[in-house]
Design a protein around this ligand. Sequence first.
Ligand SMILES: [Zn+2]
Ligand SMILES: [Zn+2]
Length: 334
Amino acid sequence: MRRFNAPILTPLVVCILTLGLAACNGSDTESSVVTEATTNESTPADTSTDFVVEVDPFNFESDALISSIPTQTCTLSNGDETSCYKIDIAGVPSNYEIGVFCPQNITSTADEAGIWFDGTGEVYDITGDFILNLPTLYNDSHWQLYDEGTGLVNVTDTQESCDGAARPNVEEQYQNHCVECSIDYVDGGISESFLIPITPVATTQNSSIGNANVGVALNGVVLAAPAPVEAILGAYTIAAFDDCAGHINLVAGYHYHGEAGCSQTQIQSDGHAAMMGYALDGFGVFGMLNEDGLEPTDLDECRGHTDDTRGYHYHAADVSENMFIGCFKGATAR
Ligand SMILES: [Zn+2]
Ligand SMILES: [Zn+2]
């Protein structure tokens, strides 16, 4: 069931009054293009961008956004002037409590801590055993994340230590720590503003993600660039994620580095993977797997493809890969 809070209701009301509800979700403009797209149905790998779906603000969870979604003129990376939505995310998930990160001691179980992934295809529960096994896992005897006398794990459990360790240039004194920060250090979450083109514009050349944010999750959390794993491991730290693949630093607040299923709030009626967010180019991002547990086989290098319902859209990578999508298919706002 969809719930709307008062500030978000405003654009809908305006939209109904001025355009009629059908136009608000873009179906007027889509219907003519759907016909064109269906003629490609037999094509095995359809990654065309002939059919695009507008950003629908009502896909966001209530409380995910801190204000209504105003429309404003924006310039895209390809030079186009167009209309963008200004999306102000709350910076904390609207649909669950942020979870635990680091284990307390070397006997902690999977339930008592979060996860770690380094982009090499594994997701580790940060158990006590994981902490004990670090020298073997990373083939370096300098790893020592716990006190041998007490079995307690070295955790950055103050704001000062979080500040010194939850950053690419980890302070030396916090080497060999499991790094975590409390959401209280950032006053419960850092809200952030994004301009996203209402109608995505495909570009002739895909653009790389780089070190910038990728998009926004429907529950109000930013989809961040890959975690700087080399710097983290190079400092003998584990920047623990909660089970939803998010963690906190003092600059970005709570942010995601992978898609662990916690923001897949828009279930699709046709068995397609659920929607979890929007990339900054305005194309929708969906989970990796459909309801039968299968990943699409026709994804392009950006991890996108096209169908008649969703137009061009992305499927997030497995959480172990420390990324969401391969590249931007469309232009982002400057
Ligand atoms: Zn991070
Ligand atoms: Zn799909």
